[in-house]
Design a protein around this ligand. Structure first.
Ligand SMILES: Nc1nc2c(ncn2[C@@H]2O[C@H](COP(=O)(O)OP(=O)(O)OP(=O)(O)O)[C@@H](O)[C@H]2O)c(=O)[nH]1
Ligand SMILES: [Mg+2]
Length: 518
């Protein structure tokens, strides 16, 4: 049987937790998997509340954390869950979920089997180095096929029991509840084996799971307590964000006074949004917290770079070329950065989005895919097969080099191609107005002699009076020797109709211009 925690149970657990360090604590379990495979529905069933319906567009946009109690033969046991979104763009959230959790449930639909974000989730789990259980979801559906799902796992190197491996795979339905208790039993079994402990005396340390900004309440953050006890009246620091713990709530939004290890809590009233995934530490007073933040800021002080203010024209006229760099050693990474900085191409700015050591991975391609014009450059590194296929899918260009100047030559070439073309207005001919034949509103019929260069039909002209530009016009008709023509050269006289707001008089000069693209 499953129920959300009652107040009396909370008291029991905090009573148990008041002993001196270190002691068992509830497991923190992250639920991950492909989009729509039934993660939120599972948690929803477990909590017996309706989370799915509240989600915008059916996608879990933010990670949420809940605490439940599972009844076993040994009594009631608490479990903290973290829900994560399955959509591919939330890889970072998955990673943070895995870093905050002790155990993961990899949810795979019995209908669909393994899908791309199942693999992304698995990678996050492996990077987080936490044990995991596979949950095979939607077994109530007519097309469900547990064996087929397990086979698709084996094809993707997820070897569950009976299919070449030892990973537990529990079939369940978040709709009917079938198998959910088995899943919870398995979580508790695994946590017994792993024996997660923490001290609950002393100041708390927590992990920031999500932060939100609300017009009415200000900035709030969901935290999971890692150790110690978080108490009302403490002052929290996460990075440079500070919050006095005045409003402390449990996952149901109920006001609480304290929370021990593994508890999800919400703290409202931060000075700024604390960074998700960051560590949150405790101080007794605001003064101490502020002093700590100030001292940290001095330690981490990087030289302040004031960005040069660029004019609108400069911005519009510059092509930004984002780069993702990979090299085999930090020395090579530095060398690449140095060489790229030296490249100077007019109206082109190379922007290094990331520069790191190792082979080119799928994650690098995903990072690059935020802007399709990004170039991924590898220097004496390999391209992982997954990265290659992802790059093809996203249309991202990967280039690898073994010689640094080959890379700079290539970048020079690409940069030059990408430089925005500049439209320059060039003077092409000068004419002197000899006579005004007629003026009809802004259409003026004039006699003119070409003094230099040439003047063509439809040229834009600048009107000069005593060599000062007084306005502009356009040549709408052009004649030479009373016959229509498209161009008149130096030394020749012509008749023309100019459209201009300026009233042109004999003696004025017209300078014909044309646009040259460079
Ligand atoms: N029949 C049946 N439908 C299910 C089950 N689990 C989920 N669904 C349905 O599948 C759809 C997606 O379920 P969610 O729980 O929102 O999926 P999710 O994995 O949380 O999706 P994201 O948060 O978007 O990644 C919903 O329409 C659910 O009603 C199940 O066990 N059985
Ligand atoms: Mg969801």
């Amino acid at each position: 049987m499953v129920a959300t925690k009652s107040t009396s149970t909370t008291e029991n657990i905090s009573a148990q937790a008041s002993a001196k360090s270190p002691m068992s604590r509830p497991p923190v379990v992250v639920v991950m998997g492909h989009i729509d495979h039934g993660k939120s529905t599972l948690l929803d069933y477990i909590r017996k509340t309706n989370v799915v319906d509240k989600e915008v567009g059916g996608i879990t946009q933010k990670m949420s954390s809940y605490e439940v109690v599972h009844k076993t033969a040994d009594g009631e046991k608490s479990i903290t869950f973290i829900d994560t979104p399955g959509h591919e763009s939330f890889n970072a959230i998955r990673k943070r979920g895995a870093s905050a959790a002790d155990i993961a449930i990899l949810v795979v639909s019995a209908e669909d089997g393994v899908k791309p974000q199942t693999i992304d989730a698995l990678k996050a789990i492996q990077e987080g180095n936490i044990p995991y259980i596979v949950g095979i979801s939607k077994i109530d559906k007519p097309n469900a096929d547990i064996n087929r799902a397990k086979l698709s796992m084996a094809e993707n190197e997820i070897y569950v029991e009976g299919f070449g491996g030892s990973i537990s795979a529990i079939p369940f339905s978040g709709k009917t509840g079938e198998g959910v208790n088995d899943l919870l039993d398995m979580i508790l079994l695994l946590s017994e084996v792993e024996n997660f402990t923490a001290t609950n005396d002393g100041e708390s340390e927590s992990i920031v799971i999500e932060s939100q900004r609300d017009k009415v309440r200000g900035i709030s953050a969901t935290l999971i307590v890692k150790s110690g006890t978080l108490r009302s009246g403490d002052v929290l620091v996460a990075g440079t964000a500070i919050s006095p713990v005045r409003i402390l709530e449990n996952f149901l939004g109920k006001s609480i006074k304290e929370a021990g290890p593994s508890k999800p809590v919400r703290v409202v009233g931060w000075s700024e949004e604390p960074q998700v995934g960051g560590l949150c530490i405790t101080f007794a007073t605001k003064k101490e917290a502020e002093k700590y933040v100030y001292e940290q800021s001095l330690k981490n002080k990087a030289p302040v770079v004031i960005p040069k203010q660029r004019t609108a024209e400069e911005v519009a006229g510059t092509a930004i070329v984002p780069l993702v760099l990979k090299a085999e050693s930090s020395g090579s990474v530095e060398a690449l950065k140095y060489e790229i900085k030296k490249l100077k191409i007019d109206r082109v700015e190379f922007k290094i989005v990331s520069a790191s050591i190792g082979d080119i991975t799928e994650a690098d391609i995903k990072l690059a895919s935020a802007k399709p014009e990004t170039l991924v450059i590898g220097f004496t590194t390999k391209v992982e097969p997954g990265a290659k296929s992802t790059a093809e899918r996203f249309g991202i260009e990967i280039n690898t080099f073994d010689i640094i100047y080959k890379m700079t030559e290539w970048l020079q070439e690409i940069g030059t191609k990408r430089a925005p073309r500049l439209e320059i207005e060039e003077a092409k001919g000068l004419g002197k107005i000899l006579k005004v034949f007629s003026v009809n509103k802004d259409k003026q019929v004039l006699g003119c002699r070409v003094e230099s260069g040439s003047i063509s039909l439809n040229d834009r002209v600048k009107i000069l009076r005593r060599d000062v530009e007084i306005g502009e016009g356009r040549i709408r008709e052009l004649q030479h020797m009373k016959a229509k023509t498209s161009m008149v050269e130096e030394g020749k006289e012509c008749g023309m109709m100019i459209e201009s707001k300026i009233e042109i008089v004999p003696g004025d000069k017209i300078q014909a211009t044309h646009i040259v693209v460079k």
